[in-house]
Design a binder for this molecule. Structure first.
Ligand code: HEM
Length: 205
């Protein structure tokens, strides 16, 4: 039978099976069953707030950075039409004017002609639209700020030209012309004939 040490261990305590390492605790009178009371347990490390990572750059920012780097290196980036045409929203707007590509995203709010006109000419060669307005010299100087590269002219889709519908063989339009000519003669003759008939009828009465 286990001997009671320094008094203090309750009768229900399994002090007799105390492993060696807990002897001191046992001697201090605390029940060795309660080896690490919750209040004295070291607090678990606080979960650290996740570090805010910087957002990855947008396509437009990447392209601008690329174009800037290329510009610094003395070469202009050459864009394909499809790539340029994809930038067609207010927050990401590119224009093709006179063979050059302009990223006017940051200019949308400031453009005196409004942002809608700029959006309306995305996805096409906007040279004529730009020239039709008769932009001032200062507007043209301003453009330099937004220049990001050049367009690969071979990628611009060929403009659709208006094709007049071909006439069917036998030229059916000719038949219509003949009918009109006949009516031009016939109608006045019929009116005259009718007038003459009415006159005759009223005379005989
Ligand atoms: C990077 C390209 C462009 C720049 C820097 C630019 C700049 C300007 C500026 C500074 C003005 C004020 C008037 C002037 O100084 O001429 C203006 C007016 C205007 N722009 Fe642009 N523009 C650009 C592209 C375009 C395009 C592609 C269109 C297409 C239609 C357009 C349509 C207009 C219109 C409608 C006005 C108003 C004209 C008026 O109220 O008399 N702009 N733009």
């Amino acid at each position: 039978m286990g001997k009671q040490v320094n008094g203090g261990l309750g009768s229900g305590c399994a002090a007799s099976q105390i492993p060696r390492g807990f002897r001191r605790r046992r001697e201090s009178g605390a029940c060795p069953d309660r080896v690490t009371p919750p209040h004295s347990a070291p607090l678990p490390p606080r979960p650290r707030a996740p570090r805010r990572l910087p957002l990855p750059p947008t396509t437009s920012q990447r392209c601008r950075a690329w174009a800037w780097a290329a510009d610094m290196a003395g070469e202009k980036k050459v864009f394909g039409f499809e790539e340029v045409a994809g930038h067609n929203v207010t927050k990401d707007c590119w224009l093709i004017i006179a063979g050059k590509v302009y990223d006017v995203t940051s200019f949308m709010d400031e453009h005196p002609g409004g942002d809608e006109v700029l959006l309306a000419v995305t996805g096409k060669d906007a040279t004529n639209d730009f020239e039709d307005i008769g932009h001032s010299e200062s507007a043209r100087e301003m453009m330099e700020k937004y220049l990001i590269g050049e367009i690969d002219a071979s990628t611009i889709p060929v403009k659709r030209t208006h094709v007049t519908p071909q006439q069917a063989p036998g030229n059916p339009d000719k038949g219509d012309d003949m009918l009109i000519k006949i009516l031009q003669f016939l109608v006045p003759i019929l009116i005259l004939g009718l007038a003459f008939a009415i006159r005759q009828y009223t005379k005989s009465e």
